[in-house]
Design a protein around this ligand. Structure first.
Ligand code: ATP
Ligand code: MG
Length: 358
């Protein structure tokens, strides 16, 4: 699939902007702090309904103004669709698909498929479990929109259960205890469903990532997702047996909200042993595998958003990447062109204004 055009009003440092993209490569080139990543950010916003840089939608509104509006047209094999997002301060954002308002974010996710690679994501290898869970959640939400729904249910249940556990800490009553056991059932149902999705996803991802990684770097990449529970009963038993510890600590101690996966390169734990370069390659392999999975599922390659990738990858890996994506749509940011473009369009970005180089 590819993005045809974008229109912005008051988005970050853009006042008014209209851009028409190439179905292959699009480069946003300019100095630091001019607005290159802001453009990738808005494209991503149309895919996931959220920014990858902030949880606060209002930050996307240009300083000194009180709303932002963005419109995007994209095409897949079958048709052309228009997406629109309006964000006002202190109000729920409005999203429209082909002119019709939607009420849930889940209706947006899964329409426009994008895979993002940006420097901070190098934490995927070295950071704590949160980064890897987030990767699974974002990737799976696009791949299987039903997953996003279950994830929401799980987190709402978890929140309720945690609230109750905190209350019990201060006033132990039998009735409250019984209510927790009711929440356990729900938590376990949603939790086991999430685990099943993640298990299947990680298996498929592992096969694709391993292949890509070997082609790009001749190293063996292994991903290992080993959930603590794979059946209802063991999860339920654990919740029941750790109840008093949970009350002591005031939160739910077990479940997929604590999940993680391990990354090995040539059999060694990447978290402890991978060099910077190896981390970058591993992240790139994960991302390309994520894109391949979307292709496998939908028969269309997602749009790739590559932030600052030139400074992140060496020559060989850039060449490998270029070889992998010749006829797909990709958006790349860079500070200088450096022989980057063989086809497609270049936009020069200066102080919140992007102009196409002719
Ligand atoms: P770099 O090469 O350093 O990554 P960049 O071109 O990717 O730079 P962006 O992150 O896209 O830069 O844009 C940053 C600019 O946008 C900063 O100057 C910042 O002050 C400005 N900016 C961010 N949010 C807003 C906002 N809400 N209103 C106005 N300007 C904003
Ligand atoms: Mg940037």
């Amino acid at each position: 699939m590819y993005i045809k055009s974008l229109r912005l009003q008051n988005f970050r440092n853009y006042v008014e902007q209209e851009l028409f993209f190439d179905p292959t490569t699009n480069v946003f080139c300019g100095g630091n702090a001019q607005g290159k990543t802001n453009l990738l950010e808005v494209l991503y916003l149309f895919s996931m309904g959220k920014s990858f840089r902030t949880q606060q939608d209002a930050e996307l509104i240009r300083f000194g103004t009180d709303f932002t509006r963005a419109e995007l047209v994209f095409c897949d094999r079958n048709r052309e669709q228009t997406l629109e997002i309006i964000i006002l301060r202190d109000r729920k954002k409005q999203i429209k698909i082909n002119g019709l308002s939607i009420s849930k974010l889940s209706e947006l996710i899964g329409n426009l498929h994008v895979v993002l690679f940006y420097p901070e994501e190098l934490g995927l290898v070295k950071d704590g479990p949160y980064a890897r869970r987030r990767f699974m959640d974002v990737a799976l939400s696009q791949l299987r929109p039903a997953y996003y729904h279950v994830l929401g249910q799980y987190h709402r249940t978890l929140e309720q259960r945690n609230k109750l556990i905190k209350k019990i800490r201060f006033s132990e009553s039998e009735a409250m205890r019984d209510t927790v056991f009711v929440w356990n059932e729900k938590l376990v149902d949603y939790g086991i469903e999430l685990i099943a999705y993640r298990t299947a996803f990680m298996e498929e991802l592992q096969a694709l990532a391993q292949k890509t990684h070997y082609e790009a770097s001749k190293e063996e990449l292994t991903l290992s997702y080993r959930p603590r529970f794979s059946d209802r009963q063991s999860f339920l038993d654990k919740l029941e047996s750790s109840f008093s510890r949970e009350v002591e600590q005031g939160c739910t101690l077990y479940g997929p909200h604590r999940d993680d996966f391990e990354i090995f390169i040539n059999g060694k734990d990447a978290k402890s042993f991978a060099s910077q370069g190896q981390q970058r390659s591993a992240v790139l392999s994960l991302k390309l595998a994520q894109a391949d999975l979307l292709f496998k599922e939908y028969g269309e390659y997602p749009v790739l958003l590559l932030d600052d990738i030139m400074s992140e990858l060496d020559k060989e890996r850039r060449a490998y990447l270029a070889g992998r994506i010749p006829d797909k749509q990709v958006f790349i940011t860079c500070t200088d062109l450096d022989g980057l473009l063989e086809r497609g369009k270049v936009f020069t970005v200066t102080n919140g204004c992007a102009t196409e180089n002719k």
